[in-house]
Write a protein that binds this ligand. Sequence first.
Ligand code: CMC
Length: 431
Amino acid sequence: MTQTNTVTVTDNRSGTSYELPILDGSTGPSVVDIRKFYADTGMFTYDPGYTSTGSCESAITYIDGDQGILLHRGYPIQDLATNCSFLEVAYLLLEGELPTPEQYGTFEHAITHHTMVHEQIHKFLEGFRRDAHPMAVMCGIVGGLAGFYHDSTDISNPHHRMIASHRLIAKMPTIAAWAYKYSMGQPLIYPRNCLTYAEDLLHMLFAVPCEEYKVNPVLAKAMDRILILHADHEQNASTSTVRLTGSSGANPFACIAAGIASLWGPAHGGANEAVLNMLSEIGSKDNVSACVKRAKDKDDSFRLMGFGHRVYKNYDPRAKIMAQTCHEVLEELGIKDPLLDVALELERIALEDDYFVEKKLYPNVDFYSGIIFRAMNIPVSMFTGMFAVARTTGWVAQWNEMVTDPAQKIGRPRQLYTGPTQRAFVPFDKR
Ligand code: CMC
């Protein structure tokens, strides 16, 4: 980062002016450095929801929300999604460069050989009700892993960080698949080293011990692409949660469990599940207009799930690729899904509607992913778990960047206090 200029803020109560440095990155909006603002002025800045706050310096992912651009380490998401495997993108996010064939081989070997989880995890799993939401299971188990891998807990040691990172990326498909198998009452399927990351995930989800399961290459390719499209997305709620949790020096498995918890919400990763539920509720193209009307009604809390984004004020580039993948998958599998017709009609009507046009609400990544998951026979309750598998790569990359940032401090926001000022204590018998 470089400092090129300053901003002057004047306190109109006293007429005092303060000069604040402007810091420039390589592209995108500059930031006003307010780190000394409180010390100089005695005031905090106020930004609930962080709509104007840059919380860190990062070189991993760049989004231009107005243009609908998403770059990982400088590479457009379209190029990565159409030319790379998920593990290549994972390597890029973690290491900063696309891997050479040799580097890829070493990385793939490391990930493949960390896919098993400790056998004791079975007991953990059995503690859950069979109808527990898979995100609850994943959050619990990933947090629990902090108690299993004691050889990689020194976060100041690069080797420890690398092992923890590889373990997290490698074990997440196993944990997600086991959460599903457990909910079905089916035997758990162990990872297989001869399969790719996406194939292994599908195999663990759908194989049963009594017969051979061959992974459909169309589905494996689509899953790989979905994983790439969800791999990282800059300082979103779950990533910021991982960073904030990690800023205290917390165990990496605990940090990722915190990320899973944040991702689960319907405004974030839980939206893919909510989209499918919404499309099922709409049921037919004829009901789409009524649904759009509801979404526009200020007195109704209903929102069009899979629409809108804090950063994108244009078509989410991931949604474009997802829509195309969705059509390809349905066509190649010969599936005619009436929910796709509902989704297309919803998109058509919403994109022509003044409310959505004026507010720049476009379909986001979650709008089409659910229809692809449905074609793969992945149950709706597992959708967000699939997102968590993919996003673990981004969380881990961002956590590593945070831990090694010399400017890093424990995250400790302040507040605008509006509660009672100091008052006299009233003893119990006098209240
Ligand atoms: N349907 C109807 N109205 C909407 C929607 C929507 N999906 N999204 C935003 N609006 C309206 C909102 O009511 C508000 O109107 P007004 O200015 O009149 O009060 C305006 O648009 C701005 O919305 P906001 O809530 O202030 O925007 P935000 O940046 O805080 O929220 C969002 C972003 C993604 C949470 C929101 O658009 C939303 O709830 N979308 C539906 C859930 C969803 O699809 N989430 C997935 C996001 S992408 C994947 C991910 O990040 O995990």
